[in-house]
Design a protein around this ligand. Structure first.
Ligand SMILES: *Cc1c(COP(=O)(O)O)cnc(C)c1O
Length: 369
């Protein structure tokens, strides 16, 4: 007899649910998970090998539980690029920003508490909420995918959430949220509870605008979360981090597993941070390619949401999933996030983007024929 999930005594809220699952298909052009298309430059690969070799000699010992050297370097990077000075005490790191978000929800959410996001947005916020026993509230977004301050503050006032997620630039739509809007939602959230506001800046390095990092000053309930998965081209590394008031960093340590960041992860991330300038040059290329995708998709006749990220949302389609399949039939994998009428394509190398543009150009011609 085969035992299935529902035969096990799993928690009620997990019954009948599906895990996170962007398809990992083996096709020539993969533009579906917002990864950086460039592999790491060879000198960095060498440096990682060197630092990991050093770390390997001490693998009989537990790693630095507080990741002091790594957090110090992350603070330096944030100070240099984020328009605001932060130190070790303001920064916390974990295995991907997904783990940072999980720790935040374990600390500030949990059973009997609620979190809100403005959807469509990053689906993992809701999934991690569920995993931590936090009730999830789907807040509103306008038809143009911007956050309407009035509707959003009303949702906060009505639901009194314990945690508010604001993703900017937003995934999967690509558009950024202004500092004014974030401040308005922060004020609404403080009036209601007060609650924690998490600004997810996974894509901020690709933005036309500035980081909202300076907003943490004087706002102890505001957290900015970041990742090395996108701009740093290191999705396989699993390194995310946050910047906030020192008390927030102290608080998440109540829930983190001891030695959660392996010595190998810390060594690899430190090597990558030594090569920040090179990595940020790739970001400039990707920004140019992103802008080209927006321009060309509009020229072909598609609707495109303004993008501050390394991906572009395009539409509109009566049946987005069929279009997704037809693009895949041409060897290009894009993402169907389930936003009715829209698909998302990550900016790849110029050649990959050309292949994608050729595919959607053909589709448009067939449609018009
Ligand atoms: C990709 C992404 C992340 C990154 O998750 P990691 O765990 O750091 O790889 C976080 N937030 C958003 C909105 C994302 O799109």
């Amino acid at each position: 007899m085969t035992i299935r999930i529902d035969d096990l005594p799993v928690r009620d809220e997990l019954r009948g649910k599906s895990p996170y699952g962007a398809p990992q298909l083996d096709v020539p052009v993969r533009l579906n998970t917002n990864e950086n298309p460039y592999s790491l430059p060879e000198p960095l690969v060498e440096r990682i090998a060197e630092r990991v070799r050093e770390a390997a000699r001490d693998l009989n010992r537990y790693p630095d539980r507080d990741a002091v050297e790594l957090r110090t370097e992350l603070a330096r990077y944030l100070t240099r690029t984020g328009g605001h000075e932060v130190t070790l005490a303001n920064v916390w790191a974990a295995n991907g920003s997904n783990e940072v978000i999980q720790q935040l929800l374990q600390t500030f959410g949990g059973p009997g508490r609620t979190a809100i996001g403005f959807e469509p947005s990053y689906s993992m916020h809701g999934l991690i909420a569920r995993g931590t026993g936090t009730s999830w509230i789907s807040g509103p977004r306008g038809d143009d995918f911007t956050i309407d301050v009035e509707a959003a503050t009303k949702a906060i006032a009505e639901n009194q959430p314990d945690v508010v997620f604001i993703t900017t630039p937003n995934n999967p739509t690509g558009n950024a949220v202004s500092a004014e809007t974030v401040l308005a939602l922060y004020e609404a959230a403080q009036a209601a509870k007060p609650s924690m506001v998490v600004v997810d800046e996974a894509y901020v390095e690709f933005s036309h605008g500035d980081s909202l990092l300076p907003l943490i000053e004087g706002r102890p309930h505001l957290v900015v979360s970041r990742t090395m998965s996108k701009a740093f081209g290191a999705a396989g590394l699993r390194l995310g981090y946050l910047a906030a008031a020192p008390a927030v960093v102290d608080a998440v340590q109540l829930v983190r597993l001891p030695y959660h960041l392996s010595a190998v992860t810390q060594a690899t991330a430190l090597a990558a941070l030594e090569h920040t300038d090179t990595l940020l040059k790739y970001v400039e290329q990707l920004k140019a390619e992103r802008d080209r995708l927006v321009t060309e998709l509009r020229a072909i006749g598609y609707e495109v949401t303004d993008s501050d990220a390394n991906f572009v949302q395009f539409g509109r389609f009566e049946d987005a999933h069929t279009v997704w399949q037809r693009i895949l039939d041409r060897g290009v994998l894009v993402r169907d996030n389930g936003v009715p009428g829209w698909l998302r394509v990550s900016a790849g190398t110029p050649e990959e983007n050309d292949a994608f543009l050729d595919a959607v150009r053909e589709l448009k011609k067939e449609q018009q024929a």
